[in-house]
Design a protein. Structure first.
Ligand code: BTX
Length: 324
């Protein structure tokens, strides 16, 4: 309801400060009994509202739910995240986002779920997406760029994710080309960028982001390669806050990209990269290439020099970094 919205707005603006029942009822123009009822409702939803005699009320904790209400409360973006499809359980947010993009969903539309039953990675690999612990979301972008520039967006998203993790945890994560975000060598986020395109022009980019946040453990098959923010820090995190930070970083970088091109993004990306300068094996669909990763090009492809001195340009691959 409108009162509920206004009440939450008052609480979040007040922060640590107590609001008296008197003040709240004046601001919202309803009785103190009505306010009290609304506060009880919020508590039932999982909000912790502290009440202290003579001081009043303040919001201590918000529910860790990934729904439109939670995501938009205090959201500072202009466009990203103002259209949200929130779901308890879906096969894949990516699949739903594709469908919405086909139907004309606007740029910045977010699809998010508490659980994915058929989350996927690249090449139809599966993405483990258990209920209530991670962030499984897809966002629709509609840049007017030629097709061959689309890979740049994967790198842009990787930078936004890395900045978000850095801001939330103080840990500086590593980016492994093209789409892995690692902490201590283990994957904490996977990014999947898919296109809807005409022969030469991008119509929509569907960016899927899977972030391991509050998981304490992983299934055996991925336990050796996967980690979460909780495992790395020993803390638990409020997921809506992370999504808000991510949407904000993403929008900022995206606007910068549309105005100034890929170069500023490339510089930021290089700052987080663990691939450049390393001996690597790049496994592509056409076989493996071993050599030194020289860098990325202005279009976001990876430059690898093999022992014979030849330079290869790699558009898509899984990278193994050789221990030196
Ligand atoms: P990828 O192909 O680079 O990585 C997939 C591989 O990562 C799997 O084969 C497995 O080894 C490992 N893996 C699976 N689940 C996890 C996990 N939770 N944490 C760490 N490692 C894991 C990466 O693909 C792109 C993933 C995108 C996921 C998002 S979630 C929202 C959206 N919806 C959807 O279906 N996919 C995207």
């Amino acid at each position: 309801s409108e009162t509920r919205k206004q009440l939450l707005k008052l609480f979040t603006e007040a922060g640590e400060t107590f609001l008296s029942g008197q003040k709240i009822s004046e601001q919202l123009g309803c009785s103190r009994t009505a306010i009290w009822k609304h506060i009880e409702d919020l508590r039932k939803e999982g909000f912790e509202v502290e009440a202290v005699r003579k001081l009043g009320y303040r919001l201590k904790k918000m529910p860790d739910k990934l729904n439109a209400n939670e995501l938009q409360l205090g959201l500072k973006t202009k466009r990203f995240g103002w259209s949200v499809y929130d779901q308890e359980s879906v096969p894949s947010t990516q699949q739903l986002a594709h469908q919405l993009a086909h139907e004309g969903a606007e740029e910045g539309t977010v699809v998010i779920a508490e659980e994915q039953t058929a989350g996927r990675g690249r090449l139809n690999r599966s993405w483990h997406s258990p209920k209530g612990t991670g962030i499984w979301m897809s966002i629709i972008l509609r840049p007017s760029i030629p097709l061959q520039q689309a890979p740049q967006l994967t790198l842009l998203v990787a930078v936004a994710v890395a900045q978000t993790i850095q801001e939330i945890t103080n840990i500086v994560p590593d980016i492994k080309w093209p789409n892995d975000i690692l902490i201590n060598g283990k994957k904490v986020v996977g990014i999947l960028t898919e296109l809807q395109a005409d022969p030469d022009q991008v119509r929509a980019v569907i960016v899927g982001i899977g972030m391991n946040v509050n998981q304490k453990q992983f299934p055996n098959d991925i336990a050796p390669i996967a980690t979460s923010l909780a495992i790395e820090t020993g803390r638990t995190f409020h997921r809506p806050k992370i999504v808000q930070t991510l949407l904000q970083k993403l929008e900022q970088l995206y606007e910068q990209y549309l105005q100034h091109g890929f170069l500023p993004i490339k510089l930021l990306w290089e700052g987080y990269s663990v691939t450049i300068g390393q001996q690597i094996v790049a496994r592509t669909l056409n076989g493996a290439i071993r050599g030194v990763a020289l860098g990325i090009t202005d279009s976001g492809t990876l430059k690898v020099q093999t022992e014979d001195g030849a330079v290869h340009y790699i558009y898509s691959a899984d990278i193994e970094i050789k221990k030196q």
